[in-house]
Write a protein that binds this ligand. Structure first.
Ligand code: SF4
Length: 276
C-alpha cells in the first residue's frame, strides 16, 4: 500500500519559520506600544525550551539569548541583509547588569560577527579596563544587526525593523544600567535628549514596568575623530563606577526624570551630528 503521508518540503518549512518570525516581530511591536502583559504571555511558547510555563529567559538568560539568535535566523526584514557578510547579534555576559548599546556594525564587526571589535571597540575595551571592567563582564549590542553600506547612518525604516531584536535582548538580560553609545541608541531610550547636552547624565527610563538607568555617552568612533569628544567620552566612562555605586546604595535620585516607555520612533533630528 502506498503511504499518503508526506513530509513537508524545505520551502514549506522555511515559509512556516518566516511566518512565525513575522508574528513574533509584530507581537514585539505591540509590546513596545504598551501591550506589555500580552507580550509577556505570548513569549512563553516562543521561548520555551522546556514545557510551557517555564520562563527560560529569567532562569537562564544565556539560553534566552541563544533562542533569540536562532529566532532571528537569516533575517531579511530590511534591505541591509543584501550587503552584509553576517549578522552581528551581541557579545558578552547574559548575566550582565550593565549593557552597552551602539549603533550598527562597521567593517570589522561585519567581518568578525562581533560588535565593537574595530578601532572604536579597542577604545571601548581600553576605557572599560580603566574602570576595571572587561568585555566579559558586560553585554554589548547594537540597535542595528547588519552593517549599513559604507557605514552610512541607518534609515528610519531599518531602525524600526531591527529595534525589536535589541529590545528583546534587553528584556532577556534585564540590565540595571544601559549605556548608550551615540545618538541612535540614545534616542531609542531618551527621545528628548541631545547628546551634546545630556552625555554622561544618567536618567531613569520606565520600560515594561521596570526602571532602568540609561546613561548616554558619545560613540567611541566619534571620540576617535574629535579630541574634544574624546575628552568627554573618557570623562563620562570614568563616571560609571560612581554611578554603579550610587545605584547599588540607592543614592541616585529617583524622582528626577522618568521618561515614557520605549515606544517612540528613533529617528535622530537633522541638526545632530553623525555618530555623536
Ligand atoms: S538589519 Fe536587522 S531587521 Fe534588517 S535584515 Fe538585518 S537583522 Fe533584519
Amino acid at each position: 500500500m502506498t503511504s499518503i503521508m508526506t513530509h513537508p518540503d524545505h520551502s514549506t518549512i522555511e515559509q512556516t519559520r518566516e511566518t512565525l518570525r513575522a508574528l513574533r516581530w509584530v507581537l514585539s511591536g505591540h509590546a513596545m506600544s504598551g501591550l506589555q502583559e500580552w507580550h509577556r504571555a505570548s513569549r512563553s511558547p516562543v521561548f520555551a525550551a522546556e514545557p510551557v510555563g517555564t520562563d527560560t529567559r529569567s532562569e537562564d538568560p544565556a539560553q534566552g539569548l541563544m533562542l533569540a539568535r536562532e529566532e532571528l535566523g537569516d533575517c531579511r526584514r530590511c534591505r541591509l541583509h543584501t550587503s552584509r557578510t553576517q549578522i552581528v547579534f551581541g557579545d558578552g555576559s547574559a548575566a550582565a547588569r550593565l549593557v552597552f548599546v551602539g549603533e550598527a556594525p562597521g567593517f570589522e564587526e561585519d567581518r568578525q560577527g562581533r560588535p565593537f571589535v574595530g578601532r572604536a571597540g579597542q577604545l571601548l575595551n581600553k576605557t572599560l579596563a580603566q574602570i576595571h571592567l572587561k568585555r566579559e563582564d558586560v553585554y554589548i549590542a547594537n540597535v542595528i544587526k547588519h552593517r549599513p553600506p559604507e557605514n552610512r547612518d541607518p534609515l528610519p525604516e531599518e531602525l524600526s525593523a531591527c529595534r525589536p531584536y535589541l529590545l528583546q535582548q534587553i528584556q532577556i538580560i534585564e540590565p540595571k544600567i544601559i549605556v548608550t553609545l551615540g545618538r541612535f541608541s540614545m534616542m531609542l531610550f531618551l527621545p528628548d535628549a541631545k547628546i551634546s547636552r545630556d552625555h554622561g547624565r544618567p536618567r531613569w527610563v520606565v520600560w515594561q514596568g521596570k526602571k532602568v538607568l540609561v546613561v548616554p555617552l558619545f560613540h567611541p568612533a566619534a571620540a576617535l575623530r574629535n579630541p574634544a569628544v574624546m575628552r568627554d567620552f573618557n570623562t563620562d566612562m570614568l563616571k560609571l563606577p560612581d554611578i554603579i555605586a550610587a545605584l547599588n546604595t540607592n543614592l541616585l535620585p529617583t524622582d528626577e526624570v522618568i521618561t515614557p516607555p520605549v515606544a517612540q520612533e528613533t529617528t535622530p533630528s537633522e541638526d545632530q551630528l553623525t555618530l555623536l
